[in-house]
Design a protein around this ligand. Structure first.
Ligand SMILES: Cc1cc2nc3c(=O)[nH]c(=O)nc-3n(C[C@H](O)[C@H](O)[C@H](O)COP(=O)(O)OP(=O)(O)OC[C@H]3O[C@@H](n4cnc5c(N)ncnc54)[C@H](O)[C@@H]3O)c2cc1C
Ligand code: SF4
Length: 441
């Protein structure tokens, strides 16, 4: 059973940062768009939304039509409008950006999407059932996108999600300042209304085997995401909180969440920045981020780095934690060693080397690690071919098992993972699966 209804919005601790555009602001902003032919913003959007078209419809007060244009290319348009790194994507390509401010594409997209969700309007009509059955494993952006696209073609889709709620990292992992839980769940509900059956608490590899799926369904899409935060392998590790769990608590149970006075966050990617933001916003006096390289090698987006500096978070660059210091059973500090950068390593970045005799301690009563996620372990257990630990797929996103497709973070061996890329994978896999089932696009 899907437990979406059980979630209550009043537990939201960190409210959405950007206010919605007013009608006047949306009209003024949409009027600035030059409606470029062969628009660079549309090319820069991984789902290739026809951006000038949806903006023009906002300007002519056709908000339903605008939302339809967005959803035709991207079923998770409400999430993407909030979480996409627009500076790097659509807005980064806007021709107005060279001399003026780029069009606020993300916020206009949100304006159109919020219009339909707040009114409970459904944009797509259901179509004649095809009689074909498809299983989708994982209810994050990739799985929801694939499931919804297949349902739009009339296929009978069952989505298996191991957790109590679908939405993946949009529900549990993306900080509430960017995406509140109800937004993600309203998209899950829309995918269900398209005809997708969502079964929660159903873990493939535990509650159901792949062989069972293969016997019951004509095609399978794996959208497993990645695993937990890996271990650092340092003494006192058991006192370190997992960054993903930290963010989840802030979204699901923010009022009851315990935040330290002196918080140390290990890592310097976007997830680490989110953890530091939560600590700061929920009352920590000092928040320090530790990273073993320098600001130039950080994986966080530059705008996120600028943001967190303004929040008052301190950085200890060229520092590596080597032990969590514990006194009377309580965390008391993080012992670190200074690092120097050497030759490039396998990641193409300069390898950090410990500087002898450079130990120092950062006082802390709470330590959080945000150092990436483990590779999808199920891939090896299912005997799927892998690439750098991720599920290997061909150009139509088919895995080494015929009829089994995969997309989203679990295949992202190259490039940075993002929601909009996962949505695009789901869409492309749905096209390939549809082709396989009915023989034409
Ligand atoms: C903290 C954090 C913040 C982020 N912020 C942003 C952001 O601001 N903007 C952005 O674009 N991207 C962001 N990302 C990245 C983005 O969230 C991911 O790229 C995106 O969610 C990937 O979608 P997915 O469907 O592949 O995987 P996920 O969202 O991870 O979903 C996978 C789903 O599969 C389920 N599952 C796994 N194994 C099984 C199984 N065996 N059986 C059944 N179900 C299973 C999981 O429970 C989960 O629901 C962030 C990531 C993190 C970790
Ligand atoms: S989906 Fe993301 S990248 Fe594409 S137009 Fe919308 S906000 Fe921009």
């Amino acid at each position: 059973m899907n437990e979406n209804a059980a979630w209550t919005a009043d537990r939201e601790a960190l409210k959405e940062a950007l206010p919605p555009l007013t009608k006047h602001e949306a009209l003024v902003e949409s009027a600035r768009c030059l409606m470029c032919y062969d628009a660079p913003c549309t090319h820069a959007c991984p789902t290739h939304i026809d951006i000038p078209k949806f903006i023009k419809k906002i300007n002519s007060a056709n908000l339903l039509g605008s939302a339809r244009t967005i959803l035709e290319s991207n079923l998770l348009g409400a999430t993407c409008s909030r979480v996409c790194p627009v500076q790097e994507l659509c807005e980064g390509a806007c021709v107005l950006g060279a001399e003026h401010k780029p069009i606020a594409i993300g916020r206009l997209q949100r304006y159109a999407m919020d219009h339909v969700y707040s009114r409970g309007v459904d944009v797509f009509l259901t179509i004649k059932p095809s009689g074909k059955k498809v299983a989708v494993v994982g209810g994050g952006p990739a799985g929801l996108s694939c499931a919804g696209e297949l349902a739009k073609k009339g296929h009978q889709v069952t989505l298996f999600e191991k957790r109590n709620l679908a939405g993946g990292l949009s529900t549990f992992g993306i900080i509430g300042l960017r995406e509140p839980v109800p937004i993600s769940l309203s998209e899950v509900a829309m995918i269900e209304r398209l005809g997708v059956r969502i079964e929660t608490h159903r873990e493939i590899g535990k509650d159901l085997t792949m062989a069972e799926l293969q016997s019951k369904f004509e095609a399978i899409f794996l959208a497993l995401g990645l695993g937990a935060t890996p271990n650092l392998g340092i003494p006192g590790e058991e006192h370190i909180l997992d960054g993903l769990v930290y963010i989840e608590q802030s979204k699901m149970n923010g009022d009851a969440m315990k935040v330290g006075k002196n918080v140390v966050v290990i890592g310097a990617g976007n997830t680490a920045i989110d953890c530091a933001t939560i600590a700061k916003r929920l009352g920590a006096e000092h928040v320090t981020m530790i990273y073993r390289r320098t600001a130039s090698e950080m994986t966080a987006y530059p705008h996120e780095y600028d943001f967190i500096k303004k929040e008052g978070v301190r950085f200890e660059f060229l520092s590596q934690p080597i032990r969590v210091q514990v006194k009377n059973g309580r965390v008391d500090g993080v012992e670190c060693v200074h690092m120097a950068l050497g030759h490039k390593d396998a990641s193409g970045r300069p390898a950090p080397m410990p500087v002898e005799g450079s130990h120092f301690v950062i006082p802390a009563d709470q330590v959080v690690k945000a150092i990436g996620q483990e590779k999808p372990s199920l891939a090896a257990r299912l005997n799927l071919k892998t690439q750098k630990g991720y599920i290997a797929v061909d150009e139509i996103l088919q895995t080494s098992l015929p009829g089994v497709y995969a997309g989203g973070d679990c295949i992202r061996a190259f490039g940075s993972a993002s929601t909009v890329m996962a949505v695009q994978d789901g869409k492309l896999a749905a096209r390939a699966i549809h082709e396989r089932l009915v023989g034409h696009g």
